[in-house]
Ligand binder design. Sequence first.
Ligand code: ZN
Length: 485
Amino acid sequence: MITKRTKTICIITAILVMTVGILAFIVTRAIGSENDMSKCDNFLSESLKQEISSYGPIVHTIVKAIVENDGKGTTYKELSTFIDTFGNRYAGSENLENAIDYMLNRSIIKNLENVHTEDVPIQTWIRGQESATLLQPRRQNLPMLGLGLSIGTPPEGITAEVLVVTSFDELESRKSEALGKIVLFVPEYISYGKTVIYRSKAASRAAKHGAVAALIRSITPFSIRTPHTGMQSYDANVTKIPVAALTVEDAHMLKRISDRGQKVVVNLKMEAHFGDIKTSRNTIAELRGSEKPEKIVIISGHLDSWDVGQGAMDDGGGAFISWNALVMLKALNLRPRRTIRTILWTAEEVGYVGAKQYYKDHKNETQNWNFIMESDEGTFTPYGLNYVSGNRGACILEEVVKLFAPLNATSSLRSDYVGSDITLWLMDGIPGASLLQRNENYFWFHHSPGDTMDVEDPVSLDKNTALWAATAYILADLKEDFPRN
Ligand SMILES: [Zn+2]
């Protein structure tokens, strides 16, 4: 017989073992295994270590200025003014171009250097009016958002029976039922990275088996009946069919109804279509380097957003910490040896269009790029840096994050992939980083009407601005160039 006391001890022991296990996992993930760290003694000379630690007082100055003194609250103030003035900033809209002009002007007012924009041609996609209506077994409006680059429906819409599946595998096993139907995908949300394939490929997979349209549950772990949009792409050689996201709640309801053997019929209306080719712009500002101005450290985020919500989190916060970090360094008269360049990308949401254009236009210059940073996963409580780099670079960054104790952000995570707009350069072997942060509920709000200023926190914005400014400053000022991967 197990006594109550033994049971309690067992439970406590189990909890302790689990806690220690989880902690050990977090620590090894955060700082790399002990082996990797000890290798840093081979990669870094004592003098380089000393050089890095000599930036401690400068980090202190930056943090104090941004988190406590004059800079306190300025990122939130600048961002909220911007968001309240322009709202969402969809690629191809006049609103986005007005927002870009505004940032150009703010950059000049703040005495940033080499302030300019660079043109980016954009094939526009227009959502138009859209709706989904449940017709059978009862009539109900279903809040929805068409997915990026979807084709539209005829004006009267598409009315068809709905085939509900939970996975691509289930669709394959029931492919004979798909002909002439609207296929609704209701996958379980595992993680954004794992589940987003249902957004990008729903239309193509359903069309392969003769479906007339596709619907998905929104790609989010949490919902208060808000649909989430995002990009999708059609495979070559399949018929293009309209595709849209329903709310999680409505997708679940349709699945339950269908599981009971009842027929589900939906009318889907979408005016979605391609518009003109328009010109947007990447926005650039710099702090020119004092000794090697041709060498560059980049900090970036994207100014455009989806056409729903306010784009405060995606990616207003990321753009504004990148911009205000430069403003604060300039105000503090901290000019590093190399140039720090802030880039506010355009048209990220519609396929990294601004970044791709910049990649093409700046091919000749990138041998001088030392390090590239991007914030596009929210600006929550920072832990440190999430980076892509070679071994020696990793050791340098491990030393750098030690200096962020005043921000409580001394962790780092070495990844294969960080960021979205900066991917092309990372793939070319240029080292880079994004924020390592709490990432609180990012995908609750992402690409939805819920992405508003209320998601942004002034204190976290200050901390991230300081972390961004300090990282960029140190890497742009070190005597030696940051090692390539
Ligand atoms: Zn984004």
